[in-house]
Design a binder for this molecule. Structure first.
Ligand code: SF4
Length: 252
């Protein structure tokens, strides 16, 4: 492209090396892989020209990550997967948190209308094929929405178990840098932060919903139960797929 020709080759190569996700993940891991979450974010935002977005479900623990982002860079684009199947309380909570934290760029990421009409005209694909439904409403829309970013911040934690036990603070998924500032925090640290910062709670938490996604696939859990056991209960599924790789999953 014409614009590139005005940039000296050495400078172009240096910029490309900085943004090569594997190189960057290794460098940031060495620099800030063990750092506190705020310093993890500061290290990532300090990379010149790195285009960073955050991903949030505005669920049970979302406020902690969003608070840290708002204190670091409140104009960070925050991607919310608007599946069309959220609890009304989640949509209200999204507005409350956005306003309270002063986030200025929350973006609704919706499924492709044509794909939705073709694949799930009755909005009930979740009943017969939850993987296909998540693919249509989460995985593919996120792949499209995040394609313009070099890095994506997520709120995943190791204590959430399952595939998350070995989570790195900086990792590469499908050629994109993922930044997981809270990876090493415990449930107690998350709770302590929420209390110390007086963060608003998702209204369903008090009703036993400790991990909150789409309403058809979320249930309350009994005291002492793993929080994520309320997701897709009764189905052999623990993740929607957005953190598993395969960004360009074919349409079903
Ligand atoms: Fe569909 Fe349930 Fe996945 Fe939401 S969580 S996209 S309703 S299968």
């Amino acid at each position: 492209p014409a614009a590139d020709e005005t940039v000296p080759a050495w400078r172009r190569r240096a910029a490309e090396a900085r943004h090569d996700p594997e190189t960057l993940a290794a460098r940031l891991s060495a620099e800030a892989g063990e750092a506190e979450p705020l310093d993890v974010l500061r290290a990532a935002f300090a990379v010149p020209g790195l285009k960073i977005a955050a991903l949030s479900s505005f669920g049970a623990e979302a406020a902690v990550l969003l608070d840290l982002i708002a204190r670091t860079r409140p104009d960070t684009p925050v991607l919310f997967l608007e599946t069309g199947q959220h609890f009304l309380q989640t949509l209200q909570y999204r507005r409350t948190l956005t306003e309270r934290l002063g986030l200025t760029d929350v973006r609704l990421v919706v499924p492709d209308a044509g794909e939705r009409a073709d694949l799930d005209p009755k909005d009930d694909l979740w009943r017969s094929d939850a993987d296909a439904c998540c693919n249509l409403r989460k995985v593919r829309p996120l792949a499209r929405a995040s394609a313009g970013f070099d890095a994506l911040i997520t709120g995943r934690k190791r204590y959430q178990a399952g595939t998350r036990q070995a989570l790195e603070v900086f990792e590469v998924l499908d050629g994109q840098l993922r930044i997981n500032p809270l990876a090493g925090w415990s449930a107690e640290q998350i709770e302590d932060h929420a209390v110390a910062r007086d963060l608003p709670r998702h209204p369903l938490v008090s009703q036993g919903y400790l991990s909150i996604g789409c309403w058809p696939c979320t249930s309350a859990v009994a005291e002492g139960q793993d929080a994520r056991s309320g997701r897709w209960s009764g189905v052999d599924k623990t993740e929607c797929g957005i953190h598993l790789g395969g960004r360009l999953v074919p349409a079903v």
